[in-house]
Ligand binder design. Structure first.
Ligand code: SAH
Length: 214
């Protein structure tokens, strides 16, 4: 039986909660961000399913429960300046824009950037700036950041991103070889160094060097 849009959205939120996304602010931000806007063509039908979906440039929009768990692990505070590396569809960045004071997001593909920017404009999101750039180098002009979220997998946390994290700041990112299981980790910067915690196994596209050829 076909379910209505409202029912599908309810199921979507229920699925998030059942997978461990329990933070009320994160759930509200996700409720306010319609994933269907970020998924194009025939995959739009699957926008409320808890699965990653293909987007342009051979990339993917992450699984909603993984987006929720990453956002929750990031513990974004209302006054935070946040950097996201890997804009992709723009879905994660739009969610972050509801939680933070200011969000910067970068992607190496200008086609993805163009599509994501069009959605940010349509949604009238004003505290979000999106750039085409190689995010492994962070954004030196806007640094330091309270929070950094990387949505592509590197073998290790990139040095420039560690350097651009404030003391007391948190970075969440997948690490590991691109074609095997990666670990989602949380890095906290303290007065004396960095603390690392494993969150869960995940699978992300690789963090690649340089700009895309599009
Ligand atoms: N957060 C996205 C999903 C990201 S998929 C969403 O909500 O839809 C991972 C993205 O990381 C891809 O779009 C890919 O182009 C981008 N990426 C990979 N390496 C990168 C790099 N070095 N700098 C910036 N973006 C990168």
């Amino acid at each position: 039986m076909m379910s209505t849009l409202a029912e599908r959205q309810m199921q979507f939120l229920f699925a998030l909660r059942s997978k461990g996304v329990t933070d009320a602010r994160v759930l509200t931000a996700m409720e306010r961000t319609d994933r269907a806007l970020f998924v194009k063509g025939h995959f739009a039908d699957r926008a409320y399913d808890d699965m990653p979906l293909p987007i342009a440039c051979g990339q993917t929009i992450s699984q909603p429960s993984v987006v929720g768990l990453m956002t929750q692990a990031l513990q974004v505070q209302p006054r935070d300046k946040v950097l996201e590396v890997g804009t992709g569809s723009g879905y994660q960045a739009a969610i972050l824009s509801h939680l933070a004071r200011r969000v910067y997001t970068v992607d190496r593909h200008k086609t993805l950037m163009r599509d994501a920017r069009a959605i940010f404009t349509k949604l009238d999101i004003t505290n979000l700036t999106a750039f085409t750039a190689d995010g492994s180098f962070g954004l030196p002009d806007q640094a330091p950041f309270d929070r950094i979220l990387v949505t592509a997998a590197a073998e290790d946390p990139p040095g420039p991103l560690l350097a651009q994290l404030k003391v007391g700041g948190i970075m969440v990112l997948p690490v590991g070889q691109s074609d095997s299981v990666q670990q989602l980790i949380r890095v906290s910067r303290t007065d004396t160094g960095f603390e690392y915690e494993e969150i869960r196994p995940v699978r992300f596209v690789p963090l690649l060097e340089g700009l895309g050829k599009d």
